[in-house]
Design a protein around this ligand. Structure first.
Ligand SMILES: Cc1cc2nc3c(=O)[nH]c(=O)nc-3n(C[C@H](O)[C@H](O)[C@H](O)COP(=O)(O)O)c2cc1C
Length: 144
């Protein structure tokens, strides 16, 4: 089992439809290939963690790496893991221009995600890096 976490910047604001398309393709592909993880889109920045068979994860990352919908892709951590930290595909985002059924405020999204992550055992360094990045991403909210 292999896991990888990266961050990137959205090239331009994706429309509601473009975003849904991205989520739909990812969801289908990930369920077929037994890839689990979380994608967070927050203020035009993506942070994603993916887990699965090593060759599957490496080939997905090489596709993601050349995807024109984002740039400045930075690999934060990768490596072999004993077990998955995210047993099901999960995705959370906050974008004020997109109506969002799940979260009405940034604070709500932040609380939900951090609660979710703290319940997880975060059993490997890749998952811990993901957690640290998400915490950093949301840090400014505390100062508002
Ligand atoms: C931020 C971001 C995250 C993505 N995450 C995934 C993902 O988890 N799974 C996936 O299959 N594609 C993901 N993609 C899309 C891939 O880059 C690629 O377009 C998609 O896998 C379809 O590739 P194909 O046309 O070669 O099948 C992501 C793209 C972006 C911009």
């Amino acid at each position: 089992m292999y896991s990888l976490v990266y961050e990137s910047n959205m090239i331009k604001t994706l429309t509601d439809l473009e975003f849904q398309e991205l989520m739909h393709t990812s969801y289908l592909n990930n369920s077929i290939h037994d890839i689990t993880g979380i994608l967070v889109l927050y203020k035009h920045k993506f942070v994603q963690i993916i887990e699965g068979e090593s060759s599957t994860i490496k080939s997905l990352y090489s596709k993601i790496n050349v995807d024109k919908r984002h740039h400045k892709i930075r690999l934060l951590a990768e490596g072999y893991i004993n077990k998955r930290s995210f047993s099901e595909w999960f995705m959370a985002y906050f974008n004020p221009s997109i109506s969002n059924d799940n979260f009405t405020t940034e604070g709500e999204l932040k609380k939900y995600l951090l609660d979710f992550l703290s319940k997880d055992t975060l059993s490997n360094k890749v998952a811990i890096m993901f957690y640290l990045k998400i915490t950093e991403m949301f840090k400014n909210l505390d100062e508002v």
